[in-house]
Design a protein. Sequence first.
Length: 44
Amino acid sequence: MDDIGFILTTYLVTFGSVALLAWRVISRGRSLARQLPDEDKPWI
């Protein structure tokens, strides 16, 4: 139980990094989709 602070900090950093990466990828995808003409968007 001596290492619980290290373990929790590591989990926090890991999940925070994954969440930040996911947010960045989704944000960049939306930004690029706005620049694409409608006829080139197969999902519409």
